[in-house]
Write a protein that binds this ligand. Structure first.
Ligand code: PGA
Length: 259
């Protein structure tokens, strides 16, 4: 099990490249002021911001890695509007969020596409942050654990050797995303344990399991500790340096106490 937390800021379709530049610089100032010891920090800006954010990270030597919010499963060719893994690599992108519930809902990304995309990402040496999570109806019906376990098996089951050490899983219940109220630590723990079982059965027991859905500086410690996750995928609270850093610090403190 990883000795470091992983916290990923998913900026979604927010912040143009000038705003992205400012946010990255602000994060740099806060992180330099008090460096983190136990947290891997990742930000996932919109495609058009990647080059700018990458330049700031490099020139200021910031302890932040870059992720993309999506990538094509294809290598190149007639796929208007898409971006390839190789293009991301050239921009020093280290990881890709795959199968976010918003891509699944609005862009018909089904489990097969998710599985092929995860393979394209890991086979080319990037990390895949694989998103799973049930909607409110599935939870109300009491099928959430089997639903998420199945999503995970479909996404990772046909995996190759390249998956190992290159995959992490983000459990994001759709009903908790952007709502201001997260899942409870008990709900997160039930799912993180189920996810861990599936990961072990797929020989991916070392993968980190993240939680996402209305994480903020106040609920981060409890979710991390009692939810038995190893980090977060953060949406809204990652759009301001102070609120994102509050989550990073809470995670850092939790991991410091574990040692
Ligand atoms: P939220 O989004 O933190 O705004 O709920 C999380 C996500 O969708 O990744």
């Amino acid at each position: 099990m990883s000795t470091r937390a992983l916290v990923v800021g998913n900026w979604k379709m927010n912040l143009d490249f000038v705003e992205a530049l400012h946010l990255t610089q602000q994060l740099g100032v806060l992180l330099r002021h008090r460096p983190l010891e136990h947290v891997d920090v990742v930000v996932a800006p919109p495609f058009v911001d990647l080059r700018t954010v990458s330049s700031v990270i490099e020139s200021e030597r910031l302890p932040i890695a870059l992720a993309a919010q999506h990538v094509s499963e294809h290598r190149a060719g007639p796929f208007t509007g898409e971006v390839s893994v190789a293009m991301l690599q050239r921009l020093t992108v280290a990881a890709v969020i795959v199968g976010h519930s918003e891509r699944r809902a609005h862009y018909a990304m089904d489990d097969d596409v998710v599985a092929r995309t995860v393979r394209a990402v890991t086979a080319n040496g990037l990390d895949a942050i694989v998103c799973v999570g049930e909607d409110g109806d599935v939870r109300d019906a009491g099928h959430h654990v089997t639903f998420v376990a199945e999503q995970l098996r479909r996404a990772l089951g046909a995996g190759t050797e390249s998956h190992r050490a290159r995959v992490c899983v983000a459990y994001e219940p759709v009903w908790a995303i952007g709502r201001g109220t997260s899942a409870t630590a008990e709900q997160v723990r039930e799912m993180s344990r189920a996810i861990r079982e599936v990961l072990v059965s797929l020989n991916l027991g070392d993968a980190r399991v993240l939680y996402g859905g209305s994480v903020n500086g106040e609920n981060a410690s409890t979710l991390l500790r009692d939810g038995e996750v190893q980090g977060f995928l953060v949406g809204g609270a990652s759009l301001r340096a102070e609120s994102f850093v509050a989550i990073l610090r809470a995670s850092d403190d939790c991991y410091a106490r574990k040692r």
